[in-house]
Design a binder for this molecule. Structure first.
Ligand code: FPP
Length: 250
């Protein structure tokens, strides 16, 4: 499928609210509520994850439409290993199959596929292989960087950054904010402007702790599988109404 900016008349309404000069550069999504979405329909929880794919793709198209250049989504946290083994297995395979299904489409639309997280022994080799292939295939794309946070934890990322700094021979006086930022998983990514969490939960859950220090947070009751680009536009509209002070007097 190729992106058609005129394809969705509902989204035109919310799109027209937006100040095109103040689109957030980097948006993060905590894609929550898949399990509840499925349970309400009498389906297995994993059907909720699979329904989350359309939400993800529509959000990607929404970002392309309004000009968000970085989108980071929380697909599997370092804490998600505590879920039942079947669900963990499903999420591992789903990551791989989603990339196989969608990488050409994302590539054709100028999306660079990128990852954040620990590549530890628990992530199956075939999943890592597909992640590497998707990243390689799309590495020169420039319209949008889609970062999939997978086996990701914000505290783990800070620990990994400090360890990598120490391994490079840093002394305690070298451990500065700038130095830590340079050793994060994706040092070139700008800090997040806006984080959206779905499903009516008001938590950060270890998502990009370092990079969201000054982000605006928007919470919506919509469950992730029902989230569509209009919901993204509403969140951006709310963001545009905020006064970002970065610690200064407003
Ligand atoms: C949280 O909902 C969601 C997840 C742990 C998985 C998110 C994965 C997707 C949306 C599919 C897209 C996948 C990739 C690889 C990009 P939950 O299960 O905690 O829902 P609940 O709070 O209702 O139980």
């Amino acid at each position: 499928m190729t992106f058609d900016p005129n394809c969705d008349s509902d989204s035109d309404v919310t799109l027209s609210w937006l100040d095109k000069g103040r689109i957030p550069r980097h948006v993060g999504c905590v894609m929550d509520g898949n399990g509840r979405w499925a349970q309400r329909r009498g389906l297995p929880r994993t059907d909720g994850h699979s329904a989350g794919e359309s939400a993800l793709m529509d959000t990607v198209y929404g970002c392309l439409e309004v000009g968000v250049s970085w989108l980071t989504v929380y697909a599997f946290s370092t804490e998600n290993w505590r879920r039942p083994a079947d669900e963990v297995r499903y999420l591992m395979n789903f990551n791989e199959s989603l990339l196989m299904r969608r990488k050409d489409e994302l590539d054709e639309n100028g999306v660079r596929i990128n990852f954040a997280g620990r590549r530890d022994w628990r992530v199956p080799k075939k999943v890592l292989r597909q992640m590497d292939e998707s990243a390689d295939q799309t590495r020169d794309n420039e319209k949008l960087v889609l970062t999939i946070a997978f086996n990701y934890g914000g505290r783990a990322e800070i620990i990994d950054a400090v360890r990598s700094l120490l391994d490079s021979g840093a002394k305690s006086s070298d451990i500065t904010e700038k130095a830590i930022s340079k050793h994060l998983y994706n040092p070139d990514a700008p800090e997040l402007d806006l984080v959206i969490r779905t499903s009516g939960e008001y938590r950060i859950s270890n998502f990009l702790l370092w990079e969201i220090a000054y982000s605006e947070l928007v919470f919506t009751d919509v469950l992730w599988p029902d989230f569509r680009r209009e919901d993204l536009y509403k969140a951006i509209y709310e963001y545009q109404g905020r006064n970002r002070r970065f610690g200064k007097i407003g």
